[in-house]
Design a protein around this ligand. Structure first.
Ligand code: FAD
Ligand code: SIN
Length: 532
């Protein structure tokens, strides 16, 4: 029998090295030994790609009530008020902590500079130029690397959570004891056993053909928790960002919402019309994201366009270069001078609002499993995430998960004997083409049938295709040695199934879920909760 390695040297396993995972790890490491796993490099998640910034009430003229109201308005009332208050009231402290860790936020005369984004009634986004995520990721990683209680292990692609079913003495319970992970370098499967596990594996953006998210955003955390028996909610609430660069070579470069926050305007490149007036006369380009994304989509489809124009060239060139140095440099490399020309943009998938259901203590349904960040549905975002609220959610729930684990540590049992991974019945694949074909197919039909504007008929078509592919992928999974591509394909398919099932259950249009068969919004907002 081919049995992989077992690693049992840590108290807590954290799956994911982005903002949520590292925040949890740093807090836990005060007294526990923590192992942090990442798929690919430690910087491979969305955190490093974040541009705009982090929302927090820091201006004397702003209030928590304003931020709470803006979050609930963007979320179309599906948000959980307790969660919204919990997160927003903790934002200033989260920013203080990041300052202590050395994040070099932009300042004006010593005070933090606050930019503005869609849906925010005030300036309240702290940022590091237009590359906030990179600075945050670097500061968290540096602190984790310097901490003797934290071990960072990249290139570990988790396959499944370990539960009672995997104990040597089968218990059948959903208690989580860590995860099986493919070591991407050796090809071996390692059994990472832990007394507590924190899932912080990011979103599922890559289930769509066009997405601003990194290659590894394949919903692994959501799919693993679902297969282990945890509920997931609001998976139909997929956020599309209105302004992803349209370029045939560079497929997923975001043009931050802060460009509109600092005066950028949207135009139809054929008619020259500043069309947002038709869709949201009052807020124009600073309407919440779902409204602007649908407006861009509508213009593109109605006029048969490849893209619309985002123009900030009316602002002084020095202002543009100072606020958006990364974007300016990137565009110059592609022959677009944003200080003089409009930028061609299209909507693209951007953020997964739904996910593994958690409470204010970051607990999931499964004993031994906590979760934080984009893989969760905490109640903060509701039917549409307000810009720059997601990094904030990672900091608040990463800390909440750690605090809860520490507070109940003595009640957590020592892990039992766990069966190592059994690879005795599988062989090397001789048909990699199956994986490639299915990867492309899912992402294409999800874009075409389960995109910005939906119909029941198209959702059903997508559902039928998912069922057909499921058998093929499960057969393949049961026969061949796992690779990261295969792990991701299986997860993409599970997430696609969860999105379609949730979308079919919601018989109304609300926030990000816009369905032509049910254009009205119900008077009562209800979560779509799927039970395994
Ligand atoms: P991530 O940062 O995505 O990290 C996921 C981690 O899980 C990674 O380490 C990954 O390797 C690991 N992982 C995944 N699968 C596995 C597996 N199977 N096994 C082991 N490890 C695994 N939000 C804001 O608030 N402000 C912004 O300005 C902003 N800008 C954005 C710009 C872009 C282009 C994008 C894509 C997103 C942006 N967001 C922004 C959203 C925000 O970046 C994310 O929601 C947030 O960073 C998610 O953090 P996380 O810790 O949950 O996950
Ligand atoms: C952006 O910079 O436009 C992204 C902000 C976010 O996703 O919160």
């Amino acid at each position: 029998m081919t049995r992989g390695m077992t690693d049992q040297n840590h108290d807590v396993l954290v799956i994911g090295s982005g903002a949520a995972g590292l925040t949890a790890a740093l807090e836990l490491a005060q007294t526990k030994k923590v192992l942090v796993l990442a798929k690919g490099k430690l910087t491979s998640g969305s955190t490093a790609w974040a541009q705009g910034g982090i929302a927090a009430v820091l201006d004397a003229g702003d209030t928590f009530e304003n931020h709470i109201r803006d979050t609930m308005v963007a979320g179309a009332g599906l948000n959980d008020l307790d969660t919204v208050e919990f997160v927003i009231e903790r934002a200033p402290k989260a920013i203080d902590r990041l300052c202590e860790l050395g994040v070099p936020f932009n300042r004006d005369d010593g005070d933090l500079h606050l930019t503005r984004e869609g849906g925010h009634s005030h300036r309240r986004i702290v940022h590091v130029d237009d590359a906030t995520g990179w600075a945050v990721q670097a500061a968290l990683l540096k602190a984790a690397e310097e901490n003797p209680n934290i071990t960072l292990l990249p290139h570990q692609s988790c396959i499944d959570l370990i539960t009672g079913r995997n104990q040597e003495e089968f218990s059948g319970s959903g208690r989580v004891w860590g995860a099986y992970a493919l070591d991407e370098e050796s090809g071996e499967v390692v059994t990472h056993v832990a007394r507590a596990t924190v899932l912080a594996a990011g979103g599922a953006g890559r289930v769509y053909l066009f997405s601003t998210a990194p290659r590894g955003a394949t919903g692994d955390g959501i799919a693993m928790a679902w297969r282990a028996g945890a509920r997931v909610s609001n998976m139909e609430m997929m956020q599309f960002h209105p302004t992803c660069l349209y370029n045939l070579e560079v497929k997923n470069f975001l043009i931050t919402e802060a460009v509109r926050g600092e005066g950028g305007r949207l135009f139809n490149p054929v008619t020259g019309e500043r069309y947002m007036e038709q869709y949201d006369k009052e807020r124009m380009e600073l309407a919440p994201r779902d409204i602007v994304a649908r407006a861009n989509d509508d213009q593109i489809k109605r006029y048969g366009l490849d893209y619309v124009h985002l123009d900030i060239s009316h602002q002084p060139p020095e202002f543009v270069k100072e606020h958006f140095p990364t974007i300016h440099e990137k565009l110059m490399g592609l022959g677009i001078d944003m200080t003089r020309q409009p930028i061609p943009v299209v909507p693209a998938q951007h953020y997964t609002c739904g996910g593994v259901k958690i409470g204010l203590d970051a607990k999931t349904d499964l004993p031994g499993l906590w979760a934080a960040g984009e893989c969760t549905e905490s109640g903060l975002h509701g039917a549409n995430r307000l810009a720059s609220n997601s990094l904030l959610e990672c900091f608040v729930f990463g800390e909440a998960a750690a605090k809860d684990i520490l507070s109940c540590w003595d009640q957590l049992d020592e892990p039992p004997e766990i069966r190592p991974w059994d690879a005795s019945r599988v062989t090397d694949s001789d048909e990699e083409v199956v994986i490639k074909q299915n990867w492309t197919e899912i992402r294409r039909f999800m874009w075409n049938y389960v995109g910005i504007v939906r119909t029941t008929k198209r959702l059903e078509r997508a559902g039928n295709r998912i069922e057909m592919m499921r058998q093929e992928v499960e057969d393949y999974y049961g026969s061949f040695r796992v690779t990261t591509d295969l792990i991701e394909l299986r997860n993409l398919l599970d997430c696609a199934g969860l999105i379609v099932k949730s979308a079919l259950r919601r018989h109304e249009s609300r926030g990000l879920h816009f369905i032509l068969d049910y254009p009205e919004t119900d008077s009562v907002a209800r979560d779509t909760v799927l039970v395994p």
